[in-house]
Every structure is written in C-alpha cells, then in structure tokens.
Write a protein that binds this ligand. Structure first.
Ligand code: DQA
Length: 140
C-alpha cells in the first residue's frame, strides 16, 4: 500500500500555531508516528502553502503510483475549486482529514468544497485522524 499524504497551508506551523486550537504536536511528529504505526505502508509525505504546488502533488496520484491519498487541505478546503477538480481527476480513494472539528468552529469552516469528491472525511480527532484515514484506506 502506497499512500500520498498532502498537507496544506500553515500546517508546517503545527506545534506553535494557535496551540490552544491545534495542540503542540508538530507535523513532523505526525509523520513520524504514522510511519512507525504502519511499517508496511509506504508514505510520501508532503506539505505546501501554495495551491498550485498542492495540485501538482495530487497529480502524482493520477496514474498507478499510489493506492490512496490523504489530504488535510487546511483552509483550502473551504475555498479551492482547483484542488477539488484535481481530486476529481484521481481514480484512487482520497480521504479528507481535519485535526479540528471544523463544524464546531467558525461558520466559514463548516463547508468544505472537496468533501463531496472524497471517499470520506475525518474531523476533530487531532493527529489520530491521519491514523484513522490510513486504516480506512487499508480496509477499502
Ligand atoms: C484544518 C481546519 C481548517 O479550517 C484550517 O484552515 C486549517 C486546519 C484542521 O486540520 O483542522 O488550517 O484543516
């Protein structure tokens, strides 16, 4: 199983970014924890603050290079039709992850433009959401 994990804007700041909301776990901690937990899965881990770079990375999953994709699009979840279209172009399952329960936060976070083209969405379980996303891909 080869999984592409794509992280969007500001997630590189996890650990120091609004810790009362996002906690103190860094993106590196999440990556390391996931690789330790699933030694039989090959992960390609990616983070970018740029919409175009995220789309270019999603295009790596157009062919047969990956069996599934996990994406935390950050705030692009709420705005980016371009990322939505890139996900629509993929044949492999895509799981949307949010660390926080976006539905319990500001109104603008309640809607994601990508959810309807994803296999499913996991929100509100912190870094464990990535682990749940891997498990859902392994079971699918
Ligand atoms: C987030 C939720 C988004 O609304 C926010 O813009 C983020 C992080 C999350 O993981 O909870 O950057 O995707």
């Amino acid at each position: 199983m080869r999984i592409l994990v794509v992280n969007g804007p500001n997630l590189n700041l996890l650990g120091t970014r609004e810790p009362h909301i996002y906690g103190t776990t860094t993106l590196w901690d999440i990556e390391k924890g996931l690789k330790e937990k699933f030694p039989n899965v090959t992960f390609e881990w990616y983070q970018s603050n740029s919409e175009g770079a995220i789309i270019d990375t999603l295009h790596k999953a157009v062919g047969s290079a990956f069996d599934g994709v996990i994406i935390n699009p950050g705030a692009y979840a709420h705005t980016s039709y371009a990322i939505r279209d890139a996900i629509s172009a993929l044949k492999v399952p895509v799981v949307e992850v949010h660390l926080t329960n976006v539905h319990a936060r500001e109104e603008f976070r309640h809607h994601s433009v990508i959810t309807s083209v994803c296999r499913g969405v996991i929100a509100g379980f912190g870094s464990k959401g990535y682990e749940l996303a891997v498990r859902s891909l392994l079971d699918s």
